[in-house]
Design a protein around this ligand. Structure first.
Ligand SMILES: *[C@@H]1O[C@H](CO)[C@@H](O)[C@H](O)[C@H]1NC(C)=O
Ligand SMILES: *[C@@H]1O[C@H](CO)[C@@H](O)[C@H](O)[C@H]1NC(C)=O
Ligand SMILES: *[C@@H]1O[C@H](CO)[C@@H](O)[C@H](O)[C@H]1NC(C)=O
Ligand SMILES: *[C@@H]1O[C@H](CO)[C@@H](O)[C@H](O)[C@H]1NC(C)=O
Ligand SMILES: *[C@@H]1O[C@H](CO)[C@@H](O)[C@H](O)[C@H]1NC(C)=O
Ligand SMILES: *[C@@H]1O[C@H](CO)[C@@H](O)[C@H](O)[C@H]1NC(C)=O
Ligand SMILES: *[C@@H]1O[C@H](CO)[C@@H](O)[C@H](O)[C@H]1NC(C)=O
Length: 828
């Protein structure tokens, strides 16, 4: 045993007895292919595949046993023979215990009897799935390892020659049972450009090992590993070698229940690590340690398993660090002490599912978290494994993605959209990468929240009504995780009503029968903590008829959960197009516009500091039972300008198609950015089409540009929702169009305030209503004097549209009447 050096040896020894028996797989086939004799490799007996023990069925009619006559010095005997397949051939293994297995192929090319194995080209199928397709070794020995859940009684491995070579070969095969908990189905974090969440089906995926790294340590051979794996050192993958300093301990790892076991990774992985090298830096310098691991082409999901054991801290709870994968925040504030039963040096591992991109590498970084003290600032990594998912599932996903692009590409016929999307993506990525330090406004509230969180009362448990936020902001809003689970039937997938950058949204019912929408993020999600903090900070202070209110939040078990009032009729967008829901009347639409404008106006002006929403769009305006608009999703909110500033400089966020071009250019955020986005929503409401529709003709793709053009020509009526044709009073339409147009002014200074917008929209409603008052019969038809003729707009279904009308409105309204009515409106 290696624990000799531990000071508490006698005690610990007892503890370790169960672990010291090495793992014995129930299924254990080790084949020395193309040989009549048994051979040993790393103390394991590989049985000659021509000795045909009863459990192995080899059907290889025209196969050849090949022996290397001049094997290289020190080459293992296993590699000196090969079975060469000249036609489709197979091995069959009886599986005694279903479940996860390791399947390994040893290939080591040589030349013998006229066969040059280097040029062999072949495919390998396992239980019908292609794992190696048109595979060619060239000039190297290769060990291919697959982790595979076998749920059949027989495992069949098929070799098929491909290409001109006409043959395939193999030197050795291993098929053996893996420990039951090697790959489990919960806890893996899915972190890709398009999705975040929990990855649930890990064990059903076929995994191919790409990298297995003993970080900060030496090469480990199958001698040193209970699953006979090889672990290689990390130095070659370090981006800046001087950023890392290796650490090691002579103490045996404190394996704990719930943590990693010896089978997950051997002792030697957990007793060495890389940590931040702070020798050459100032004491408060913050930096990452970064590794680049080459992987195949982009768009493929990979399992990244990272191994940790705190061997660098003198005591518990001193080490907090962040993990980044491919530039995304993958785990924030990782506190190893809290993940194990509070013993230093306890091994744990964390699984991530990430997708490869076109860079050809998976980049892993660890760096100090904001929670770590300057003195103790550190970050570590003990081991890393990267496995490619070769399952059918991921192939389909990739295919789906490709298909969407093909459709877009072919329908639009131009690459303009692709370019736009790529630019947007690049910008989004660039912005994510150069994330500036969190502004003071953002960090307000989180640390206090953590401190008060534990002591805050649980309203749910004692069944009292929701208290309004106390002096500390969030008192009384905390909801126990158990109650959230109960409310959502333990996050029942059938209750999912939405998903977004933040995570999944579930419908739920609290104990007191309040219907709620539960927004759940996995910790470490890249749109994580700042948004969570910001959302609680903002929402907890706000109660307004036109803003979705926060019912509570939960941050137990490293969860980030926000619980909102449930808004019955869901996103406005659904009621505008694409769903077949009954069309909203013009009056309803105006009222929705006015309601959301009022909500936004309150955000902008209702506080001492003002709040900028930053992501106004039709999916963030919700409608309640009575079609009352409620603005939702303050995840992207930031406090507005302070007295002495005119803007908040922050990274660009928001949604494509709604984004203020000035904000985009200058990265300066003002409340006028919301006004711009709201202008897009206004056009969306009247035209009933998405802000960006790549399937339309080029000039129509971007709603803001397209609608603005028609509005400037005075012909907005030609592109309105056909359901509205004949409903809108020309004066009302004119006012509405002008308002939307002003919102979309190029420069923020030229745009109206949200208060002006509100006033103008109310005016537009007034114009509509006052017309009605005078003509009580003109409910659906505005006026006989207006001619109606069909017009065909390119790309828009042929519909009846009214022609323009000169001199709209002015004679219709009684200004003082409008004004006096507006004066009585509350909430402005
Ligand atoms: C090879 O090993 C198998 C399994 O242990 C055994 O049954 C067989 O007799 C051995 N063959 C030789 C030639 O040693
Ligand atoms: C061998 O070379 C071929 C052709 O250059 C290449 O496609 C293949 O990936 C190489 N195989 C390996 C194992 O590197
Ligand atoms: C293949 O590798 C061996 C040793 O690694 C080397 O001696 C030989 O020249 C290589 N052959 C080719 C064609 O690259
Ligand atoms: C994923 O897991 C769920 C639940 O275990 C199962 O119903 C589903 O079929 C699995 N999907 C795949 C692709 O294996
Ligand atoms: C791995 O095992 C071999 C053989 O038992 C041993 O010589 C070597 O020292 C071990 N490696 C480490 C890092 O302990
Ligand atoms: C940086 O630190 C290492 C020790 O970690 C030391 O060997 C090296 O000389 C230092 N380099 C500089 C430039 O100070
Ligand atoms: C560490 O890397 C991540 C991702 O690339 C980056 O966002 C972060 O700012 C880096 N931290 C430091 C201290 O450089």
């Amino acid at each position: 045993m290696e624990s000799i050096t531990h000071p508490f040896l006698p005690l610990i020894l007892l503890f370790f007895i169960p672990f010291s028996t090495s793992f014995t797989p129930l299924d254990n086939y080790l084949l020395n292919c193309g040989s009549h004799t048994n051979t040993s490799l790393y103390n394991r007996l590989f049985v000659g595949d021509s000795t045909k023990p009863s459990t192995i069925f080899l059907s290889a009619d025209r196969s050849i046993l090949l022996t290397d006559q001049n094997p290289p010095l020190n080459s293992p005997t296993l590699y000196n023979t090969a079975r060469v397949f000249r036609s489709r051939s197979s091995y069959r293994f009886n599986i005694r215990k279903k479940g996860t297995h390791l399947v390994r192929f040893h290939f080591s090319p040589f030349v013998a009897q006229g066969f040059d194995l280097k040029v062999a080209k072949f495919s390998v199928l396992v239980n019908g799935y292609v794992v190696l397709s048109d595979f060619q070794l060239n000039n190297s020995s290769v060990l291919k390892e697959y982790i595979w859940k076998i749920d059949t009684d027989v495992l069949q491995i098929v070799f098929t020659p491909a290409g001109n070579s006409g043959f395939g070969f193999v030197n050795g095969i291993e098929v053996f049972s893996a420990p039951a908990d090697l790959i489990i189905d919960y806890g893996a974090r899915l972190i890709t450009l398009t999705e975040i969440g929990e990855y649930r089906n890990l064990s059903s995926q076929v995994l191919e090992t790409i990298h297995r790294i003993n970080v900060g340590g030496l090469k480990l051979t199958p001698f040193n590993d209970t699953l006979w794996r090889t672990w290689i050192p990390d130095e070659d993958y370090l981006v800046f070698k001087s950023a890392a300093k290796s650490a090691s301990t002579t103490h045996t790892p404190n394996y704990q229940n719930g943590g990693a076991s010896r089978e997950i990774a051997p002792d030697h992985v957990y007793t060495t690590a890389q940590q931040m090298n702070r020798d050459n830096t100032t004491f408060n310098a913050k930096f990452n340690i970064t590794w680049n691991f080459p992987v195949g082409p982009g768009g493929i999901l990979h399992l990244v398993r990272l191994h940790f054991s705190d061997i660098v801290s003198p005591a518990l709870n001193l080490l907090y660090f962040d993990i980044y994968i491919n530039g995304y925040s993958a785990y924030r504030d990782l506190d190893l002490s809290s993940l194990t039963t509070h013993v230093l040096g306890s091994p744990i591992y964390v699984d991530f599912v990430v997708d490869s991109d076109d860079s050809g590498v998976i980049q892993i970084s660890v760096g100090p978290s904001d929670l770590s003290s300057t003195i103790r600032m550190n970050a570590i990594l003990n081991g890393a494994e990267i496995m490619k998912m070769v399952d059918v599932m991921s192939t389909q996903n990739v295919y789906k993605k490709k298909k969407i692009w093909v459709v877009v590409g072919s329908v639009v016929g131009g690459f303009v959209i692709l370019c736009l999307a790529i630019i947007a993506l690049l910008l989004a990525m660039r912005c994510r990468k150069k994330t500036p330090k969190q502004g003071a406004a953002e960090s307000v509230g989180w640390t206090p929240l953590r401190m008060f969180g534990g002591s805050s009362l649980s309203r749910m448990s004692d069944g009292t009504a929701y208290a309004s936020p106390g002096p500390n902001g969030y008192f009384g809003l905390k909801i126990p995780f158990a109650d959230v689970q109960l409310a959502t039937n333990n996050f029942d997938r059938s209750l999912i009503i939405g998903s977004g950058g933040f995570g999944m949204v579930y419908k739920g019912v609290l104990r007191d029968n309040t219907k709620v929408a539960v927004k759940r993020a996995l910790p470490g999600s890249r749109q994580g903590l700042p948004e969570f903090q910001s959302e609680i900070t903002v929402l907890s202070k706000i109660r307004h008829h036109h803003l979705v209110s926060l019912v509570g939040y939960c941050e137990e078990n490293s969860e980030m959960i926000l619980v909102y009032e449930y808004v019955a009729k869901g996103p406005l967008k659904k009621h505008l197009y694409g769903t077949g829901l009954p069309p909203l009347s013009w009056k309803q639409r105006l009222e929705i516009c006015i309601g959301s404008a009022r909500g936004l106006h309150y955000l902008h002006t209702g506080f001492a500091q003002g709040i900028i929403h930053r992501d106004i769009k039709s999916t963030n305006i919700l409608l309640d039972e009575d079609y009352v608009a409620k603005v939702a999703d303050f995840g992207l909110s930031r406090s507005g300008p302070c007295l002495n500033e005119t803007h908040v400089s922050t990274r660009v966020k928001g949604s494509f198609g709604y984004l203020d071009p000035e904000y985009f250019r200058r990265q300066q955020l003002t409340d006028k950015s919301d006004v711009y986005s709201f202008g897009v929503v206004l056009f969306e409401i009247i035209c009933a089409r998405p802000a960006v529709d790549p399937l339309l003709a080029r000039e129509q793709v971007n709603l803001a540009e397209w609608a603005l053009e028609w509005q400037k020509k005075g012909m907005l009526d030609q592109i309105i929702d056909h359901h509205l044709v004949g409903q809108i009073k020309p004066s009302s339409l004119k006012k509405f169009g002008e308002t939307a147009e002003k919102c979309l002014a190029d420069y923020g200074v030229d745009r109206p305030t949200m208060g002006d917008v509100l006033w103008n929209l109310e005016h537009a409603l007034q114009l509509q209503e006052s017309g009605r008052k005078r003509e009580p019969n003109a409910d659906s038809n505005v006026s006989e004097s207006e001619s109606v003729r069909p017009i065909i707009v390119p790309g828009v279904p042929s519909i009846n549209l009214r022609t323009g009308d000169d001199g709209i409105g002015s004679s219709d309204i009684n200004g003082s009447q409008v004004f006096s009515q507006l004066m009585t409106n509350e909430g402005r």
